[in-house]
Design a protein around this ligand. Structure first.
Ligand code: MN
Length: 519
C-alpha cells in the first residue's frame, strides 16, 4: 500500500514570481480550475498582503475551486495574517502559509533579529493564524542553510504553537539530495510528530538543477507534501517541476513506496495552459511535457518499440495526456465534435464561447485540410484569456520582397461601437510594418521586448504560433496569436498584447482621428 504524497502547487504564487510573467486574476482562476481537474491537493493562489491583485486572485480562486485546499502566503506579521485570512474567507478548505527566515545569513542581513526573537515571532504568528483557520503551514525560509539544531528548535516551537504542516524550503537551491534527506531525518528525530500528526513538506528551487531530485530524496526520507510549479517555472531558475515529481512517483512507486492522487492524463493540458498564459515555452527535451519527450529517433530504439513498446518506453504518452498526432477533424466536423475533442484536450468551452471558437475552426479548416490536436491547441491559445478585447484585428495586407519597402495595411475594429479603422505604414520588415500600422491607430506607446515564432505542426501548411512581450512603465504584457500565415499571427499577437495592456494598465486612448474610417 503506497503512502499518499500531497501535491502543493504554487504556480500562481512562486511561479508568478518568474521574471516576465504577468497574470490577470481571470487567468489565475483559469489555471486554478485546471489544477483542480488535475487533482492537486493544495493551490497556493497568492500573497494577499503584497498587492491588491494578489488579494483578489486568492479571493477569486477561493470562491471558484472547491476540492483543493486553497493556501494564502503570509509573513509573520499581524496585518499580513489578517489579510490572508480575509482573502480566504470563502474557501472550502482554507490554509494560511506562514514563512519566516531562519538562517543566520537572513537573520543578520535581512531580518535583523536574533534567534530567540525569530522563534517568538513564529509562535505568535502561528497562534494568530490558527485563530482564523485550522490548517496552518509554517516555512522556515532558507532552511537548507540554517543551523540544524536551531532549525529543529524552531520547528519544535512551531509544532507546539499549532502548525499542522512544516515545510522545509531549499529557498536558494543550494541543497544536494543525500544531504537534504539527512536534514529531514535529523528534524524527524528531534520532532517525532513530523511525518506523523504533523505533515512534513518540502519546497525546492532549481538553481543547481536538483529541485526534483531533492524533492524525491525528501519523499524517501518521509516528506508527504511536495511543493512546486507546473513546467518548473518560478523565481530565478524556477521551482521543482511538479509533472516530473508526479510521474516519478507514479512510475517508481515500487521504489518510493508513495504516490499521488493526481489524474496524470491532465498533465499535458495543464502544462500547455500554463505555458500559454505565462508566455514561457516548454523546452523540447523537457521531461514528461516536452515536445520530444516521447519521440524516438534512434533506429535501434524504433525497431525495439515496434516489437514491444516497453523496450524503450517507461511511460505511456497517453497516460500523461499527450495528444495523438493523427488527423482528428476536418471542415466537415460539427461543432459538437469540435467541443468533444477540445474537452479531451483539457479546454472547457462554454456555450457562449462555442460559436466563435467554431467559426475560427472552420476558417482554419478551410486553409488546412487536416486539423490536428496541436492545431486546435494553437487555436485555443487565443481563447484562454478572459481579457477584454478593446480592439480586434480585422484585416492585414502586406507587401514585401527583395526590392520592395515592406508596407502593411491593417484594419482594426473597436469592440465598443464596432467602428473600423484602417491605416498603413512602412517598416524594416513585414512584421515591423504591421506593428507600426497598428500603432498609428491604437496609439499606446510600448516597447517590444521579446518575439518568438513556433511552428505548431509539420508541413507547408503548418500553423505558426507567435508569442510576444511588450513593456510599458516596467510592466510586461504578453500576447499570442496563431495563424497559418505568420505575419497575420504576429499581428494577432500584438493586438492581444495591446488589449492586455489596455485591460490591465491604462485607459484606451481614442483611436487616431486621422485614421480613415471604413464602412
Ligand atoms: Mn520559493
Amino acid at each position: 500500500m503506497n503512502d499518499k504524497v500531497l501535491i502543493f502547487d504554487t504556480t500562481l504564487r512562486d511561479g508568478e514570481q518568474s521574471a516576465g510573467t504577468a497574470m490577470t486574476v481571470e487567468e489565475k482562476v483559469e489555471i486554478a480550475k485546471q489544477l483542480e481537474r488535475l487533482g492537486v491537493d493544495v493551490i497556493e493562489a497568492g500573497f494577499p498582503i503584497s498587492s491588491k491583485g494578489d488579494f483578489e486572485a486568492v479571493q477569486s480562486v477561493a470562491r471558484e475551486v472547491r476540492a483543493p485546499i486553497v493556501a494564502a502566503l503570509s509573513h509573520c506579521r499581524d496585518a499580513a495574517i489578517d489579510r490572508a485570512a480575509e482573502a480566504l474567507k470563502d474557501a472550502a478548505h482554507p490554509r494560511i502559509h506562514l514563512f519566516l527566515s531562519s538562517s543566520d545569513n537572513h537573520l543578520m542581513n535581512q531580518l535583523r533579529k536574533n534567534r530567540e526573537e525569530v522563534v517568538e515571532m513564529a509562535v505568535s504568528a502561528i497562534r494568530r493564524a490558527r485563530s482564523y483557520v485550522d490548517d496552518v503551514e509554517f516555512s522556515p525560509m532558507d532552511s537548507s542553510r540554517t543551523d540544524r539544531d536551531f532549525l529543529a528548535h524552531l520547528v519544535r516551537a512551531a509544532i507546539d504553537a499549532g502548525a499542522t504542516t512544516i515545510n522545509i524550503p531549499d529557498t536558494v537551491g543550494y541543497a544536494a539530495p543525500g544531504e537534504f534527506a539527512a536534514l529531514l531525518e535529523h528534524l524527524r528525530e528531534q520532532a517525532p510528530e513530523l511525518g506523523e500528526s504533523v505533515r512534513l513538506s518540502v519546497h525546492c528551487h532549481d538553481d543547481l538543477g536538483m529541485a526534483v531530485a531533492n524533492s524525491l530524496a525528501a519523499v524517501k526520507a518521509g516528506a508527504r507534501q511536495v511543493e512546486g510549479c507546473i513546467n518548473g517555472i518560478g523565481e530565478r531558475a524556477g521551482n521543482c517541476a511538479l509533472e516530473e515529481v508526479i510521474m516519478a512517483l507514479r512510475t517508481r512507486s515500487d521504489y518510493f513506496g508513495a504516490d499521488t492522487d493526481v489524474d496524470t492524463k491532465q498533465l499535458y493540458a495543464t502544462s500547455r495552459l500554463v505555458s500559454q498564459i505565462t508566455g514561457f515555452a516548454v523546452q523540447p527535451n523537457k521531461a514528461i511535457v516536452g515536445r520530444n519527450a516521447f519521440r524516438h529517433a534512434s533506429g535501434i530504439h524504433q525497431d525495439g518499440l515496434i516489437k514491444d513498446r516497453s523496450t524503450y518506453e517507461i511511460i505511456d504518452p497517453v497516460s500523461v495526456g499527450v495528444p495523438r498526432s493523427e488527423l482528428v477533424l476536418s471542415k466537415l466536423s460539427g461543432s459538437r465534435g469540435l467541443r468533444a475533442r477540445l474537452t479531451e484536450l483539457g479546454y472547457a468551452v462554454t456555450d457562449e464561447q462555442l460559436p466563435a471558437v467554431y467559426e475560427q475552426f472552420k476558417e482554419l479548416a478551410d486553409k488546412k485540410r487536416e486539423v490536428t490536436d496541436r492545431d486546435l491547441m494553437a487555436l485555443m491559445s487565443g481563447h484562454v484569456s478572459a481579457i477584454e478585447q478593446t480592439y480586434s484585428l480585422e484585416h492585414v495586407q502586406v507587401t514585401c520582397g527583395t526590392r520592395e519597402v515592406p508596407t502593411a495595411t491593417v484594419t482594426i475594429k473597436a469592440a465598443d461601437g464596432g467602428a473600423l479603422y484602417t491605416d498603413a505604414a512602412t517598416g524594416d520588415g513585414p512584421v515591423d510594418a504591421v506593428y507600426k500600422a497598428i500603432n498609428r491607430i491604437v496609439r499606446e506607446p510600448n516597447q517590444l521586448t521579446e518575439f518568438s515564432v513556433n511552428a505548431v505542426t509539420e508541413g507547408n501548411d503548418a500553423v505558426g504560433e507567435v508569442s510576444i512581450r511588450i513593456e510599458r512603465d516596467g510592466r510586461t504584457y504578453i500576447g499570442r496569436g496563431a495563424d497559418t500565415d505568420i505575419i497575420v499571427a504576429s499581428g494577432k499577437a500584438y493586438m492581444a498584447a495591446l488589449n492586455r495592456l489596455l485591460a490591465m494598465g491604462g485607459q484606451a486612448a481614442p483611436a487616431a482621428e486621422a485614421a480613415a474610417t471604413v464602412g
